[in-house]
Design a protein around this ligand. Structure first.
Ligand code: 5CA
Length: 449
């Protein structure tokens, strides 16, 4: 992509309305624009990141055996009356009526709708277990939308729903999602820690929040230090095997959000030197709620002995749009964003230090074409602008690599390659730089791990 033809409205100064660093950077780097409180438009650069996150989330859901579908954003009120949640949900639900005065709502979550779909389509235990998911916009009329996309009113969520015959099977489904979350956040370049959590309006008696540690996190969290360094499961994992040992390694040590925190237990179970008290961002939340929705909504299947059995359910959410902010909170410096390569909007920023100068233009065009053929996505700054402004812009938007091409270097047959995360600079021959970048395209983390 040539910057001269792109849409990248950068802001030089911190916007007043933004309190947190990620919100400031998302506005300054031209990723999003607010349309009304807690509702955002995703500009081209932001949408590329959002789509990359979505793709990784999808790949890991598929790998765990979950099946993608797509439910609408608008739902009828009746199904929420069936579950008993229509009145309970209160002002957070955006209620709408259509031209026939039918009560509708913009879905804040989808337990009711998926239970209805499953109830109407599945009759026998032989069709269990199943995990269904979608990635769809939600609306919650939060009292205090803030921190940009981190606590929005409209936000993109991946929500999965599991259907099982027995509590034991349901726990196995819960475990699959638990493990797939560890893998998903790891691939996104994040260190997530599952923590015992309250289930709130979704309900149920077993629930974990997946938290990433960041100073600006909304909630206070407490955990054992070992959890901060524990490795997440690898790609060779067999989801049909017994996942309990992995779950135990993650749940055996103390970890709790402030709602569940028990200071006495924390002090007793965790030696003082291993106690971590930090702030965290909730990027995922999983729930087992048994028959909370299937019972009132009559979601039953014929069991092995012929009798009807009420299905056991769980639900599993990931804040896809929140993750964009969360990744920035976890990965930035004074100059701007530092995207982990797996979610970077482009792999390389190509800087033409002297646009308009024949030889420099020629070398840049050639590099631009060759990098593209090597499978790298390139943002080529071909604008007629000061080099300093170009460097600052690229630092701000945080692409993993910067390839800097100027007339002086060209005379010596050289270009400069700069790694955004470390600031390391290499002066290389043109072909060597191409090779170096092509090799990075094959590095783990960039493609499916
Ligand atoms: N139905 C369940 C699981 S599918 C559910 O709705 N869970 S949730 O309420 O915990 O939301 C799932 C995830 O969505 C959260 O972990 C969080 O990452 C994200 N999320 C929730 N509210 C917001 C919000 N206002 N803005 C951005 N992301 C949000």
């Amino acid at each position: 992509m040539r910057l001269s033809r792109y849409f990248l409205p950068l802001l030089r100064d911190d916007p007043k309305e933004a309190e947190t660093l990620s919100h400031k950077l998302m506005l300054r780097a031209g990723l999003v624009r607010q349309s009304s409180a807690g509702i955002y438009s995703w500009l081209p650069l932001g949408l590329r990141v959002l789509s990359k996150i979505e793709r990784i989330v999808r790949e890991e859901q598929d790998r765990a055996g979950a099946l993608e579908l797509l439910m609408p954003t608008i739902q009828p009120a009746e199904i929420w009356r069936e579950s008993g949640r229509y009145e309970v949900y209160g002002k957070e639900m955006l209620r709408i009526s259509d031209r026939h005065e039918r009560e509708m709502l913009y879905g804040p979550t989808n337990e009711e709708l998926i239970t209805q779909i499953f109830r109407d389509g599945v009759k026998s235990y032989k069709e269990l277990p199943r995990i269904l998911y979608h990635i769809q916009w939600k609306f919650r009329d939060e009292i205090r939308p803030r921190f940009g996309v981190m606590r929005g009113r409209e936000f993109l969520m991946k929500d999965s729903y599991s259907f099982d015959l027995t509590v034991k099977d349901a726990r196995a489904s819960y475990n699959k999602m638990f493990v797939s979350y560890l893998r998903t956040f790891n691939r996104l370049g994040l260190k997530s820690i599952p923590m015992a959590a309250e289930s709130g309006p979704i309900g149920g008696d077993m629930s974990h929040e997946f938290i990433i540690l960041a100073d600006t996190g909304e909630s206070e969290v407490y955990c054992h230090r070992d959890l901060v360094t524990l490795d997440s499961p690898g790609a060779d994992l067999d989801y049909e095997s017994d996942l309990t040992p992995i779950i135990q390694s993650w749940t055996g040590n103390y970890a709790a959000t402030s709602e569940k925190h028990d200071a006495g237990r924390f002090a007793k179970e965790v030696p003082e030197k291993d106690r971590v008290t930090a702030r965290g961002i909730e990027v995922g939340h999983i729930f087992f709620f048994g028959t909370k929705y299937s019972e009132p909504m009559g979601c039953k299947v014929q069991g092995p002995d012929g009798g009807l059995v009420t299905v056991q359910m769980g639900s599993y959410g990931i804040g896809v749009s929140r993750l964009v902010g969360a990744i920035i909170e976890a990965s930035h410096d004074e100059a701007g964003i530092i995207w982990p390569s797996a979610v970077a909007p482009f792999d390389v920023g190509l800087i033409n230090v002297k646009s308009g100068e024949d030889e420099t233009d020629k070398v840049c065009e050639n590099l631009y074409a060759k990098l593209g053929s090597a499978g790298l996505s390139v943002l080529y700054d071909d604008r007629d602008d000061r080099p300093g402004a170009k460097f600052a812009a690229l630092d701000l938007i945080g692409l993993p690599w910067q390839l800097i091409v100027g007339p002086k270097g060209i005379k010596a047959g050289e270009v400069e390659l700069r790694e955004r995360a470390t600031g390391a600079r290499l002066t290389l021959g043109i072909d060597a730089a191409l090779h170096r970048l092509a090799a990075s395209a094959a590095e783990p983390g960039r493609k499916a791990a």
